[in-house]
Design a protein around this ligand. Sequence first.
Ligand code: 8IG
Length: 267
Amino acid sequence: MSTVSTPHEAAADAASVLAEKTGVARHDIALVMGSGWLPAVDALGEAVAEIDIADLPGFAAPAVEGHGGKLRSVRAGDKNLLVFLGRTHFYEGLGVAAVVHGVRTAAAAGCRAIVLTNGCGGLKETWSPGTPVLISDHINLTGCSPIVGAHFVDLTDLYSPRLRALCQEVEPGLDEGVYVQFPGPHYETPAEIGMVRAIGGHLVGMSTTLEAIAAREAGLEVLGISLVTNLAAGMSGEPLNHEEVLEAGKAAATRMGALLGAVVPRI
Ligand code: 8IG
C-alpha cells in the first residue's frame, strides 16, 4: 500500500490536527498576513488559540525574520477566523504544493473565503509607502501552477468583485491594481519594472498569485490586498531595502487593522 498522499489529503490531515489543537471544529474565513501586516492582526478580534504552524502536518518552519510562522484562531462576531501569521514563499524552493498548503488547509477546515495580504512594490508615483491597494487581477510570472493534471480552472474575476466593493464601502476611493508575482527572492531590475509597466502591472511582489489560484480551485472567494511598502526598483533613485519594507508596514499597521477589522465581519 502506498503511503504517499495527495495535496488535498495532506490538507485534510492538517485541518483535522488544527481542529484538535485549537479546539475550534470549523473555521469560516482565512487570512494570510504578508510583510508589514502582522501588526494589524490584533484588530481582527480575540485570539482563541495560537499554534506553531510547524506543528501541523505538511508545514515548513518560517524562513524569513518578520514573517511569523504561527497560526491563530480568532473569534470575530459570529465568525471563526483562521489567521496565518506568515506564509511559505515560492523562493524557499520547497515547491508549489508547500506554497499553497495553507490555502488548502483553510478550505479543508471549512473556510469559504480567504483574504490574501502582502507587502509589495508599487509602480504609481502617488503610492507612498504604507498605501493599501486592492488587487483587481494578477499576472503570474513564476511559470508554475499549483494545479497538477488536466483541471482547467477559470480565473475570470479571481479577485472577488463583491469583496472589492465591500472594501470600497468601508474605505471609499481605495486604489486597485494588477499584481505581478515574480519568483524572487531578488527584487526586480529597473528594466523588469519597465516590462511590468508594459504588460499592464501596477504592483510587484513574490507571493499571492499561486495561493489565489489554489484558493479558486478549492472554491474559496478571494480578496487580495497589497500594502505598497516601496516604490518599484529604479523609481525612487534609492536601492530597495528589506528593513525599510518592514518599517513601512509597522507605520501603516493601524490603518490596515481598521480596514481589515471593518471588512472581515461583513465577508
Ligand atoms: I515588501 O519591490 C516588497 N516585496 N518582487 N518587488 C518584489 N517584491 C517585493 C517588493 C518589490 N517589495
